[in-house]
Design a protein around this ligand. Structure first.
Ligand SMILES: [Zn+2]
Length: 321
């Protein structure tokens, strides 16, 4: 009986033994096709992800290459691909987690030492030199992502006690005061004045600065002076009443033509020298590690030079949270 005859007789198509089997094969194929489709989609997604990752690395490359070394720009892709992760990390960590106070000495009505001509006209004022160098040190350190607190950023006169208060209230870790020396007679040279009690961290700061200034070039290294230049038992106010390691720099004699020439010609280099010495000191004193990450849980205190002891600084409410 043909299928047509069967249907005409029974009103439905005949059930064939292989019918159910055919349906089974049909579903099996669909399942296999679905599995292949899912695998394909996963593959495409992975491919897109890897392409996207590749291009995002390439995008960050020019900045990284510029800051590290231009010579690698023409290299093949293999070393370039492995570079960004190594280079990007230090760039992110280059935020130096310490604070330095820079004090451009004198200001406002206080000119500091002055050079005048025979008619009494002022030719050069210490406060102008300390401002120029102090601001240059600030700019250099800020370009290196160091937190800088300035005692003054305009031509104003500050009380010496207020300068110390600015450094102490801001919990600065290091303090550098900039001055020019003066004397009658032909004397030249640079020196670093540190507290009379010869505190070690202050000495390290002074030594690092003098070493770097010598590298730039100075007329005469007068070394580290403990106490006041003319009285080793007394202290400059800024060394006596700052809690952190401090140094008062005499950046050559304003009365020396040689020192003035050096000061003017090497101002930017001196700023960099002092800035780099500050960063090195923060590492030497273990305030931060080589990546700039803070190691010290409290502000840096120069213990031996404190008259009123550490308890004052470490008493509740004194330490910043
Ligand atoms: Zn001065």
């Amino acid at each position: 009986m043909s299928d047509e005859e069967f249907e005409r007789l029974y009103g439905r198509p005949p059930i064939k033994p292989g019918g159910r089997k055919k349906v089974k094969i049909y579903w099996g194929r669909i399942i296999i096709a679905l599995i292949i489709l899912v695998l394909l989609i996963c593959g495409v997604v992975q491919l897109i992800k890897s392409i996207a990752r590749h291009f995002s690395k390439d995008d960050s490359l020019p900045a990284v290459v510029n800051s590290a070394s231009d010579s690698s720009a023409a290299d093949s892709t293999a070393p370039v691909e492995s570079q960004p992760e190594q280079v990007t990390q230090p760039v992110q960590q280059q935020q130096w987690q310490f604070k330095v106070c820079i004090d451009p000495g004198h200001g406002g009505e206080d000119d500091g030492a002055c050079i005048t001509d025979d008619n009494g006209n002022v030719l050069r004022r210490e406060k102008d030199d300390t401002s120029r160098l102090g601001y240059a040190i600030r700019d250099y350190l800020k370009s290196k992502n160091v937190q800088v607190v300035m005692s003054r950023e305009t031509d104003v006169m500050l009380d010496l006690a207020d300068i110390c208060k600015i450094a102490n209230d801001n919990w600065c870790d290091l303090f550098v005061s900039i001055h020019r020396d003066s004397v009658s007679g032909d004397v030249s040279g640079f020196e670093a004045c540190v507290h009379s009690k010869m505190p070690e961290p202050d000495t390290i700061l002074a030594q690092n600065i003098m070493t770097n200034l010598n590298s730039v070039g100075i007329s005469n290294d007068r070394g580290i002076v403990y106490g006041y230049t003319n009285d080793r038992t007394q202290n400059y106010h800024v060394n006596a009443d700052t809690a952190c390691p401090s140094v008062l720099m005499e950046m050559g004699f304003i009365t020396s033509a040689t020192d003035n020439k050096l000061f003017d010609e090497h101002l930017t280099e001196y700023a960099k020298a002092i800035g780099d010495a500050v960063i090195k000191t923060a590492q030497d004193l273990k305030i931060v590690d080589a990546n700039g990450t803070r190691l010290l849980s409290k502000p840096m205190i120069s213990e031996t030079k404190l008259y009123f002891g550490l308890d004052y600084y470490y008493s509740p409410g004194k330490i910043p949270q």
